[in-house]
Design a protein. Structure first.
Length: 144
């Protein structure tokens, strides 16, 4: 094997994707692990990759919306909005989020966004640098 040896002083992440005819059909959550710990840190990061057309899985954990987004460009602001599906209105005052180059794990605290309500459906709409649109459908289980 030509892969470098994993080191004990590093944190690693892994994720599995499945493809049919070179088209991605699903992607697992991102999981964190470290080499050499007596007990494996089993914290599971349920960040679904947004820049695929697949929209499955749970995204809201408690009051936090979690997803990942791959930015292939320099650092920039995430171009996104949240739309209330019951009336089609865009929510105002969503947090400003910065993207680094590469895979970004993103948390949005939903209890800080005015207009989100328990039990309603929403669409997180993200536009990349090519103006391609990606969506996550989500609802709030409970606001704490």
């Amino acid at each position: 094997m030509s892969a470098p040896k994993l080191k004990t002083d590093k944190i690693y992440y892994w994720q599995v994707a499945s493809f049919i005819a070179n088209q991605e059909i699903a992607r697992s959550s991102v999981e964190k692990f470290e080499i050499g710990k007596e007990e494996i840190d089993s914290v599971l990061y349920d960040y679904r990759l947004v820049n695929t057309k697949v929209n499955n899985g749970k995204y809201v954990y408690g009051s936090v919306l979690k997803f990942s987004f791959e930015n292939r460009y320099n650092e920039k602001k995430l171009n996104y909005s949240i739309i209330d599906l019951s009336n089609g209105t865009k929510l105002n005052k969503v947090p400003i989020l910065k993207l680094s180059n590469g895979l970004n794990l993103i948390d949005i605290e939903t209890k800080g966004i005015s207009g989100l309500s328990y039990g309603k459906m929403y669409r997180l709409e993200i536009r990349d640098s090519n103006n391609d649109k990606y969506n996550i459908l989500f609802s709030i289980d409970r606001l704490k």
